[in-house]
Design a protein around this ligand. Structure first.
Ligand code: DC
Length: 219
């Protein structure tokens, strides 16, 4: 098991940009775990299964051929062998993803796939439950937050159709692995900070521990 930095937080808190830059600085792999949930949501729509029908999603999910891997230091996802890109941020995917991600059977599939990334080198992974469920043993946990207003503005500036507060409501209130601050996580409010400032803060916190060889007890 390699070293893992876990970064969690609500939608549009800036955690993807932070995780990507941080991974680049460290020469580690960057994994956006939300992309896997988005791939399941897209597969769900493609299969014609209504995302709000939890039992139908639970039953069908295992048959959706969702795969993932690392290329050039970052994760990719595919459905039935075809890589997904713009489909992941489409309005329909945004509207379905929190519904699909609340289904325990989907989460079990995704968590297994996410853990597999830790066999492939140092890892910066961002999501909602990375520090609480996927890698609870890592000593490096961060929770990146920002005000609801700033987060909605950031999404709008990206030109994306995304009801951030509605996704947060579903993500925080679901029974399976709700969004929460992991025990021992450092909380960083990025509302008034640049991506570089947040990355510097994270690097300052993990400090000299990085660069040591991967150790079993780190995860
Ligand atoms: O990070 P994102 O906004 O692309 O994530 C999309 C959705 O996936 C999010 O609304 C909830 C779900 N998700 C999750 O439940 N657990 C994760 N670790 C990552 C994402």
């Amino acid at each position: 098991m390699q070293n893992v930095i876990a970064i969690d937080g609500p939608a549009a808190s800036g955690k993807s940009s932070v995780a990507r830059l941080l991974a680049g600085r460290l020469g580690w792999n960057f994994v956006n775990s939300g992309a896997l949930y988005r791939a399941y949501a897209w597969a769900c729509l493609k299969a014609g299964v209504p995302p709000e029908e939890e039992s139908q999603v639970a039953e069908a999910a295992v048959s959706w051929d969702v795969t993932c891997g690392i290329e050039d230091g970052r994760s990719w996802v595919a459905v039935a062998g075809a890589r997904l890109e713009s489909e992941l941020d489409a309005g329909a995917t945004n509207a379905a993803v929190s519904l699909v991600a609340r289904v325990p059977q989907v989460r079990a599939l995704v968590v297994g796939q996410l853990r597999g990334f830790a066999e492939q080198g140092g890892l910066v992974m961002e999501g909602r439950d990375i520090g609480t469920v996927v890698f609870p043993g890592t000593p490096w946990k961060f929770y990146i937050d920002a005000s609801a207003e700033v987060r909605q503005q950031r999404r709008a500036a990206q030109g994306l159709d995304d009801r951030v507060s509605e996704r947060d409501r579903v993500d925080s209130s679901r029974k399976a692995a709700p969004l929460s601050v992991a025990e021992g996580a450092l909380v960083i409010d990025s509302s008034e900070m640049s991506v570089e400032e947040v990355v510097d803060r994270v690097l300052g916190h993990v400090g000299g521990a990085l660069g040591t060889p991967a150790r079993e007890e780190n995860v």
